[in-house]
Design a protein around this ligand. Structure first.
Ligand code: FRU
Length: 505
């Protein structure tokens, strides 16, 4: 045995075929690759999450949707609701394209004070603020084809009335002028809209959601600029009882592992200007290739819950699913962490998802010295959770008898985590897909928690106590049925917890 091999124990977990088996029949939600613990629509294409708002004990998730095909097309807002952030019920389409254009991304707010005047019979209006994208004007080479419109609902988002005064914010000639994200700024009793304007965000304010005034710009010389800025989101988080502001700016392309990704800034906001604090190094919410257009739910108090589109514009239209295409990430709870005086966002799976847990299997460090046979029943996915000292490399491999394998690990020399999906299965649909992706380990704590959520064709890696995140898709030719750990068991704090999870469908 060479030194490298001697340093590690190899643990083979043989998983019974049924454990990862995917139902081959064509029933909805049971197709090969259909995600079982993530939201995807019954059929057809989706991209960005939109209009995320919590109202009357219900989480609303609207989404960019093309109901007539499985590739991107004229955009509608689809609609789904959940009371537990785990199970989703898809509802009828909420917004259809109109004479002003396709319904592009945007947000929704609860107008409790009826600032808009849309309330009727004491019913609180939900107001959606979105981009109307006029394909005809775009085709004609105009540069003002994206304008902001609003619509309201008095029946909890089921039916919507578009405002007759649309658009409410007109474009003065910026080609990329979209994705309004609106929040209530209580200190000055006004709404703040954060809008992606080509290579920056622009803040607007309003007291009635109909008349908007420009406040300021941010970011033209900060953060990543290797693509167009899209889907911004401004919100506050508490840290040691102090309020800090976080500004999310999605960018495409230009991500750390190519293509679409989500950067963020931490700073101060005074109702007019956002000021970044600390060092200006670009920070990413998720370093993986498959988390884009993510924003947070409105109206959740001090809790901030983030959800992204689990795909990448490089290949989103080509993924090897047919009836449906693309899905959302799991909802993640955001918090601020101070690492050596610098603020970072930490993401963890929302606790509500634990309702999907089946009996956990605890694999103690001592057991990692021999082959470990796992005979539990995983119906649809599973999670791995462990606390580990990062003194040496470690890795986890999933594989099948077709030669497909997926490796997730930590490289001590480079102090970074990685996901290697080079040989993870089908990848011929796009040459950029098969590759290894990386995320730096942010903190200098040697011991931290790693949690990985596996579904039929996706994994979400939460490393370094939630500071280093990577989401990645994969399409094995046959379900993976083996799991192998390469750990230095001395580094494992206690045990690996393997938690099979139930399907949400
Ligand atoms: C981001 C995005 C948005 C736009 C929408 C169109 O993925 O390009 O900027 O509003 O998708 O579907």
């Amino acid at each position: 045995m060479n030194n490298f091999k001697a340093a590690f124990f190899t643990i083979l977990v043989v998983v019974t075929q049924s454990v990862f088996a995917q139902n081959q029949d064509t029933n909805t939600y049971k197709e090969q690759y259909r995600l079982q613990t993530h939201f995807s629509p019954k059929a057809h294409w989706i991209n960005d999450p939109n209009g995320m708002v919590y109202f009357n004990h219900t989480y609303h998730l609207f989404f960019q949707y093309y109901p007539n095909g499985s590739t991107w097309g004229p955009m509608h807002w689809g609609h789904a609701i959940s009371t537990d952030l785990a199970h989703w019920k898809e509802l009828p389409i909420a917004l259809y394209p109109d004479s002003l254009g396709y319904i592009f991304s945007g947000s929704a707010v609860v107008d409790s004070n009826n600032t808009s005047g849309f309330a009727k019979g004491g019913k609180i209006p939900l107001v959606a603020i979105f981009t109307a994208h006029d394909p005809k004007a775009e085709h004609e080479g105009k540069n003002n084809f994206e304008n902001q419109s609003i619509a309201y609902s008095l029946d909890e988002g089921l039916t919507w009335t578009k405002f007759e005064g649309n658009p409410v914010l007109k474009n003065l000639g910026i080609r990329d002028f979209r994705d309004p994200n609106v929040m209530w700024y209580a200190p000055q009793k006004k709404w703040i809209m954060t809008l992606a304007t080509l290579d920056r965000v622009t803040f607007y304010s309003s007291t009635n959601l109909k008349d908007w005034k420009k406040e300021s710009d941010f970011g033209s010389n900060l953060g990543s600029h290797d693509g167009v800025w899209e889907c911004p989101n401004l919100f506050s988080l508490q840290f040691n009882k102090k309020t800090y502001w976080v500004l999310i700016g999605n960018i495409n392309p230009g991500g750390p592992n190519k293509g679409s990704a989500t950067q963020y800034f931490v700073g101060e906001f005074n109702g007019t200007n956002f000021l970044q604090m600390g060092d200006t190094k670009t920070k990413w919410i998720d370093y993986g290739p498959d988390d884009y257009a993510g924003v947070t739910w409105n109206n959740t108090g001090n809790r901030k819950i983030f959800l992204g589109w689990m795909s990448n514009w490089i290949y989103a239209n080509q993924l090897p699913t047919e009836k449906w295409r693309n899905a959302m990430t799991i909802p993640r709870e955001l918090s601020l962490k101070n690492v050596n005086g610098e603020f970072y966002l930490s993401s963890t799976p929302v606790a509500e998802l634990n309702t999907l847990d089946l009996s956990p299997i605890k694999i103690p460090a001592s057991k990692l010295k021999t082959d470990y046979l796992f005979e539990g029943k995983v119906q649809s996915g599973f999670k791995l959770k462990f606390a580990i000292n990062h003194a040496t490399d470690f890795s986890i491999k999933l594989y099948n008898d077709e030669g497909d394998n997926l490796i997730i690990g930590y490289d001590k020399a480079k102090n970074q985590y990685y996901i290697d999906r080079t040989h993870a299965g089908i990848s011929s649909f796009n040459r950029e897909f098969a590759k290894t992706v990386f995320a730096p380990k942010i903190s200098n704590f040697a011991t931290s928690i790693v949690e990985i959520i596996f579904d039929n064709s996706s994994l979400e890696f939460f490393g370094d106590d939630g500071l280093s995140i990577m989401s990645a898709l994969y399409f094995p030719k046959k379900p993976y049925n083996h799991l192998q750990f390469k750990f230095n068991a001395n580094n494992l704090v206690k045990q690996v917890e393997l938690v099979p999870t139930k399907s949400i469908w």
